[in-house]
Design a protein around this ligand. Structure first.
Ligand code: PEP
Ligand code: MG
Length: 326
């Protein structure tokens, strides 16, 4: 069966007019790699490294990290892999990084903030990633794209250009060639132009971006109605990031749950998003929905969504217009 899949790879993600929208996988370990590829993932858009170390009480050694990253990168030779450095804190606490008692951990020392306060841990991780990439690509820079893995590394919970500059320059110093940031804090969208001045790419984490835009705890059932990425306030921030990415000529991905909602995925592309990363099981449905709309239609759906006055009205308006277009 593997051989048959290799012989007839799934079509890449694209709109009806041929505009390519790479469909990537969200992964938490190398174990899901084969399944993601079988489901048509064109690479990895979010590798959540913190899942590898949830049970660790001490910071992992460089060598133990190299082993894990190498296994994952080898599975995606010929493709792009976006690795996120440790996103520790709030819903994903790591005992070796988050020891302070905080009243509001979602607003606390998490993500890049925790790493800036524990720079040795970030240095070890970046070093391990650069080493794993060099091992997979054999320390050669004459390889064709199909022969090497393309490693991109990004930082979570970046608030502003200062965070972005800190991370990107540190990553480059340690041998990472492509360094970007996640847009999950609303401030990052408000200063998107400044962030693109330093970052090679941005990936929007709509789960946290929604939580912080609507001030609604993503873990709290009583405000789950507000944790909806269809909210026009969230979509307007996505639009600001998409526009800033277009001006800078740099990629803008989405790797939050929003990318797995087929119709919302079309809206995101209409807002300027250039790649979508999701749980591999969602790829087929998103691919099918993208193929039903041209870029002009996606932009029209996006205009309707951002003009709505609530998440449910945005969803209803886009669903209605999309059915009328079909
Ligand atoms: C997000 O916040 O949308 C995201 C992709 O990161 P996580 O869900 O791991 O916080
Ligand atoms: Mg997040």
């Amino acid at each position: 069966q593997r051989a048959a899949e290799a012989a007839a790879p799934l079509r890449p993600g694209a709109l009806a007019d041929g505009t390519l929208v790479p469909l990537l996988a969200n992964l938490g370990s190398a174990e899901g790699a084969a399944e993601a590829l079988a489901l048509g993932a064109e690479g990895v858009g979010l590798f959540r490294t913190e899942f590898l170390f949830l049970d660790s009480t001490e910071a992992p050694s460089v060598e133990s990290q190299v082993t894990q990253y190498e296994a994952m990168l080898r599975a995606f030779v010929g493709k792009k892999v976006v690795v996120r450095v440790l996103d520790a804190g709030a819903d994903k606490p790591l005992s070796f990084l988050n020891d302070a008692k905080e009243e509001n951990p979602a607003l606390g020392l998490r993500g890049i903030r925790a790493l800036r306060a524990a720079e040795d841990i970030l240095r070890d991780q970046l070093l391990a990633l650069a080493t794993a990439e060099a091992r997979v690509n054999g320390h050669r820079d004459d390889l064709e794209p199909g022969e090497k893995v393309e490693l991109w590394v990004m930082a979570p919970m970046v608030a502003d250009a200062d965070d972005a500059e800190y991370f990107v320059s540190f990553a480059r110093e340690l041998g990472i060639q492509v360094a970007g940031v996640m847009a999950e804090v609303p401030s990052s969208a408000l200063v998107a132009d400044q962030i693109f001045d330093v970052a090679d790419f941005v990936s929007i984490g709509t789960n946290d971006l929604t939580q912080y835009t609507l001030a609604a705890d993503r873990l709290l059932g009583s405000v789950a109605n507000l944790q909806d990425p269809w909210h026009p306030a969230v979509l307007r921030l996505v639009g600001m990031l998409g526009e800033a990415g277009r001006v800078a000529g740099k990629p803008v991905g989405v790797c939050g749950e929003a990318a797995a909602d087929p119709l919302l995925a079309v809206v995101l592309v209409g807002l300027g998003v250039t790649t979508l990363s999701m749980t591999p099981a969602a790829i087929a449905d998103v691919r099918a929905e993208l193929a039903r709309h041209t870029l002009a239609e996606a932009r029209e759906l996006a205009r309707v969504a951002v003009a709505a006055t609530s998440a449910s009205r945005a969803r209803a308006a886009v669903t209605g217009l999309s059915a009328a277009n079909a």
